[in-house]
Design a binder for this molecule. Structure first.
Ligand SMILES: C[S@@+](CC[C@H](N)C(=O)[O-])C[C@H]1O[C@@H](n2cnc3c(N)ncnc32)[C@H](O)[C@@H]1O
Length: 232
């Protein structure tokens, strides 16, 4: 039996952390080059449309780049970033300090959001970019349920993530992404089942706003509004 002290087991356990600590500096260049983030992040920020006093929740905030872009667009909005990975959150914290950001960071999974401060008041927007394809279908449903729970009626859900590839080349590119990120978490993006999951939430004015071809997949931007309770 492999014991707790087995080198290989320990290596496997800490590999993701080692990868992000050692390659943390490379995260943004990779997002820019491979995921073409500079092309679609402005559309994501426009879709969120941060306003003074708005409470915005970033699910799977990673190093916090999107949160800081939202803050830059509207410094009077409050951004809370949630991520379960302590290494990502350390990096986000360092970058927040470097940029003088007020973004609040919480270590938690999007599938089970804490019920206490700063998540105990409703949010005007839940945003997420490139995080849902790290979740298996059951976890995606849980995370979408949580996003719906913490959104105020009339609040907006805005998600940027992989969608169905449009061409044979796109399918090949996404197959490479699936090797790295796992088939179980990415299959429903390729098949369109993730989009169906979003549609099933019953958001008002649900829209798939754009498709951006990247070297590693087709990026889609989805958004919609949580309906007000009937009779309100
Ligand atoms: C590719 S990064 C995207 C980071 C950031 N949203 C961006 O666009 O730059 C994916 C992030 O999803 C996070 N993640 C993975 N599982 C998660 C979960 N259950 N809940 C919330 N975030 C999760 C990872 O820790 C990682 O920081």
């Amino acid at each position: 039996m492999l014991g707790d002290g087995c080198g290989a087991t320990r290596l496997m356990r800490y590999l993701p952390a080692l990868r992000f600590d050692a390659l943390g500096w490379a995260y943004e260049p990779i997002a820019m080059r491979l995921c073409r983030a500079a092309r679609w992040r402005p559309a994501l920020v426009d879709a969120v449309a941060p306003r003074p006093g708005a409470r915005i929740l970033d699910l799977g905030c990673g190093p916090g780049t999107v949160g800081r872009l939202l803050e830059r667009r509207c410094p009077e909005a409050l951004v809370v970033g949630v991520d379960p990975d302590p290494v990502m959150l350390r990096r986000a914290h360092r970058e927040n300090v470097r940029h003088g950001s007020q973004m609040i960071l919480v270590q938690a999974s999007a599938t089970a959001l804490p019920h206490d401060d700063p998540l105990d008041a409703p949010f005007h927007v839940c945003v997420s970019s490139l995080a849902f394809h790290h979740l298996e279908p059951r976890q995606k449903r849980a995370a979408l349920g949580e996003a719906f729970r913490v959104l105020a009626p009339g609040g907006r859900l805005v998600i940027a993530d992989w969608g169905p590839p449009q061409t044979a080349g796109g399918r090949l590119a996404f197959a490479v992404t699936q090797v790295f990120d796992g088939v179980a978490t990415t299959r429903d993006h390729a098949t369109g089942d993730f989009e169906a999951m979003l549609r099933a939430l019953g958001l008002v004015d649900f829209a798939k706003q754009g498709r951006w071809a990247t070297p590693v997949g087709t990026l889609c931007l989805y958004h919609g509004t949580k309906p007000a309770p009937s009779g309100a």
